[in-house]
Design a protein around this ligand. Structure first.
Ligand code: ATP
Ligand code: MG
Length: 229
């Protein structure tokens, strides 16, 4: 059984009178332990696709299964629980809580799980250190650069040791040294813990590291490349 399975997925956004057909019949299966990138031009549907896999949005038609469960059959609470238990999501626009410090942002998913306060703080500090932000834990997002905010979002997605990490252009705002460090961290989690990574990216450094590349164009999967390691 695939970890993530999309069947005949359509996504149509309604903007007043207009309809935008963002995904047009996508079939896709991702297994545990994959390190896969979705790649395609701006507007091709990458974010729309990742939002469906991340159980943040629902398809207009077709089915999305995560861990064998059809997401359409879940209540809002069950979906929130599924996200918190299994999924780490790195948003293209970060979605940090502006009034919270970097540390508080990263602690949040563990606090929601009700883990002991001391352990929550230790794990959050460890992840912030791994993304190179040990010196910025008390900073609020508005006092950080775009690349630093992106790294807070990465630390927050990784702090729960999720089974699936979904990352929408996770290195878009990073300089090459920081980008290298983040890619290494993600590869290590993939190799050592079998964490599944599903990205969208244009970053050649990240594309170079993926094991499987899915090409999206105009809401359709138009090509796929598998790389033997
Ligand atoms: N919330 C929304 N409401 C209406 N239209 C939307 C919405 N989100 C995305 N779209 C439209 O759906 C299409 C696909 O958008 P999407 O954000 O998935 O593309 P993308 O491949 O992630 O692009 P980018 O590389 O610029 O991030 C676009 O035409 C976009 O304008
Ligand atoms: Mg996008």
């Amino acid at each position: 059984m695939a970890l993530v399975e999309l069947t005949a997925v359509e996504k149509v956004y309604r903007l007043g009178e207009t309809r935008v057909h963002a995904l047009r019949g996508v079939d896709l299966a991702v297994d545990t332990g994959e390190f896969v990138a979705v790649w395609g031009p701006s507007g091709s549907g990458k974010t729309s696709l990742l939002n469906l896999i991340g159980v943040i949005d629902e398809p207009t038609a077709g089915t999305v299964r995560v861990g064998g469960t059809d997401v359409a059959g879940l209540s809002e609470n069950e979906k929130a629980d599924l996200r918190n238990r299994r999924i780490g999501f790195i948003f293209q626009n970060f979605n940090l809580v502006p009034v919270l410090s970097a540390l508080e942002n990263v602690m949040l998913p563990l606090q929601i799980r009700g883990e002991p306060a001391k352990r929550v703080q230790e794990r959050a500090l460890h992840r912030l250190d791994q993304v190179g932000l040990a010196g910025f834990v008390r900073h609020r997002p508005d006092k950080m650069s775009g690349g630093q905010r992106q790294r807070v979002a990465i630390a927050r997605a990784l702090v729960t040791d999720p089974q699936i990490v979904i990352a929408d252009e996770p290195t878009a705002n990073l300089d090459s040294e920081t980008s290298h460090r983040i890619i290494e961290l993600m590869r290590r989690l993939n190799d050592e813990q079998g964490t599944t990574f599903i990205f969208s990216t244009h970053d050649p450094r990240l594309l170079d590291q993926v094991k499987r590349l899915i090409r999206l164009e105009d809401g359709r999967v138009v090509g796929e490349e598998n790389r033997t390691e």
